[in-house]
Ligand binder design. Structure first.
Ligand code: ATP
Length: 254
């Protein structure tokens, strides 16, 4: 399957892999209320890599969590392909989340007492659907960790641990991979390896990837950069250089 065909297979009627429409997210009430998102509408085409940037507190993580079904918008809708997920009951949402989206965090969030293979299997096992051994091996090979199945996270470098986390996120073959500062805990060279890996997933497998980052160089790996300020989408840059991103970001005070 070509990248375009793989991507199209993941899209909904609108052609988008993921859409957020009129997203608002308020925390707290009354005078103490924080309006983290104030009407964000955005669509992500299948097989594209998008970076979300903006000053600290602009709502990047809140947006990612709402789009990934880890948090619920106060208003607005989220769709994965054609499926509207923002109004689903928690259990149904949890089931869908397990198969349709993957999430990678800055802190790799691996279980130190478990082997690499057990970590990759864990989300499926907890949900009562452990992935087949061959799938786990394949996911680890895809991130360059073939043969490391029996190692413990503590025996791996930070970059290798993040690769395990990516394999864990990809083993269920999700339509969208979300990453929140995936290189934030890594040195620059290791960070580039991880970004190369995310980029290859998009180019070679048709993966749709949405990544929050503070780093203009990391954003330079994306096809598109969304800029948030004060809970509002203020700009969109297509295939920007790191210098363009840095310049635009500094104008926003980021
Ligand atoms: N659980 C919460 N309760 C109350 N306020 C929250 C909560 N989570 C986030 N906020 C507030 O919502 C706003 C947006 O936060 P968010 O973490 O989405 O921003 P961000 O752009 O990801 O920030 P950073 O770059 O610093 O990680 C901030 O003002 C934050 O303090």
């Amino acid at each position: 399957m070509t990248t375009a065909a793989a991507g199209a297979a993941h899209g909904g009627a609108t052609g988008a892999a993921l859409t957020g429409e009129g997203l608002h997210r308020e925390y707290g009430r009354g005078a103490a209320a924080v309006r983290a998102l104030r009407g964000v509408s955005v669509a992500f085409a299948p097989g594209t890599f998008t970076a979300v940037m903006g000053p600290s507190g602009s709502g990047k993580t809140t947006l990612l969590h709402c789009l990934a079904g880890m948090d619920r918008p106060s208003r607005g809708t989220v769709r994965w392909g054609d499926t509207e997920v923002s109004g689903l009951p928690e259990r149904r949402l949890a089931d869908l989340r397990r198969t349709r989206v993957g999430f990678v965090f800055q802190a790799f969030n691996l279980m130190p007492a478990m082997t690499v293979a057990q970590n990759v299997e864990l989300p499926g096992r907890l949900a009562g659907h452990p992935p087949e051994r061959a799938r786990v091996r394949e996911a680890l090979a895809r991130v360059g960790l073939a043969g490391r199945e029996r190692h413990r996270p503590g025996q791996l470098s930070g970059g290798q641990q993040q690769r395990v986390a990516i394999a864990r996120a990809l083993v269920a073959r999700p339509e969208v991979l979300f990453a929140d500062e995936p290189t934030g805990a890594l040195d620059r060279a290791t960070g580039h390896d991880i970004l190369d890996l995310l980029r290859a997933g998009v180019d070679e497998d048709g993966q749709t990837c949405v990544m929050v980052t503070h780093d203009p160089v990391a954003a330079g790996y994306a096809d598109r950069v969304l800029l948030l300020a004060d809970g509002v989408l203020v700009d969109e840059l297509v295939r920007p250089t790191a210098a363009q991103v840095g310049e635009r970001l500094s104008r926003l005070g980021g």
